[in-house]
Design a protein around this ligand. Structure first.
Ligand SMILES: [Zn+2]
Ligand SMILES: [Zn+2]
Length: 183
């Protein structure tokens, strides 16, 4: 899906060339940057410790599908809240900042999105208040779109497959999920 007028503008081309960007925050620490299309939302995720990786997963649940308008949604899943920091180093508390707005997609669930460009930013459930799912598509991993130096992809199955509208698409994706391990 491409923006208006068919072909990317010069600016968009330049932007695409710049991706993926170096994963450091303003203090130079190694982190992965989250930044939406219009760049008004910008925060960072710190890596897991002791050689471990954070988790990433594909979700096909009804709520993700209808609120984001996509059949399958990749998430940086269950990121410990203390791993997320704003560019000035302040802690993530789940409250909207920058151009983020939030809406309640179901009871106890808050989804953040950029009020300028519409990019999804995060998902927070009252059931798991200590963790945040971050919209994977806004991450700027320096090792590519899967950011495998930071994330281990769950490859057993797409989450909430039974909930999926398009079972054929999900079956196809599921049958190739193991490819994420060595992609
Ligand atoms: Zn934006
Ligand atoms: Zn979902």
């Amino acid at each position: 899906m491409e923006d208006a007028e068919g072909s990317p503008s010069k600016d968009t081309k330049k932007e695409l060339k710049q991706l993926p960007e170096a994963g450091t925050n303003d203090t130079g620490e190694e982190m992965i940057e989250a930044k939406c299309h219009c760049e008004q939302v910008r925060f960072f995720i710190k890596p897991a410790e002791n050689g471990k990786k954070l988790q990433a997963a594909l979700c096909a649940c009804r709520s993700c599908r209808l609120s984001l308008g996509q059949s399958i949604v990749p998430w940086a899943a269950n990121v410990p809240r203390e791993k997320i920091v704003w560019p000035d180093g302040s802690a993530f508390d789940g409250n909207p900042r920058q151009s983020v707005k939030v809406f309640k997609s179901s009871e106890g669930v808050q989804r953040g999105f950029c009020s300028t460009c519409g990019a999804s930013t995060w998902f927070i459930s009252a059931k798991e208040p200590e963790t945040v799912d971050v919209a994977f598509g806004i991450l700027r991993g320096k090792d590519g779109s899967l950011a495998k130096s930071f994330f281990e992809w769950r490859t057993k199955k797409v989450e909430f497959l039974d909930d999926a509208l398009d079972q054929d698409l999900l079956t196809l994706v599921n049958s190739n999920l193991s490819g994420l391990e060595d992609a």
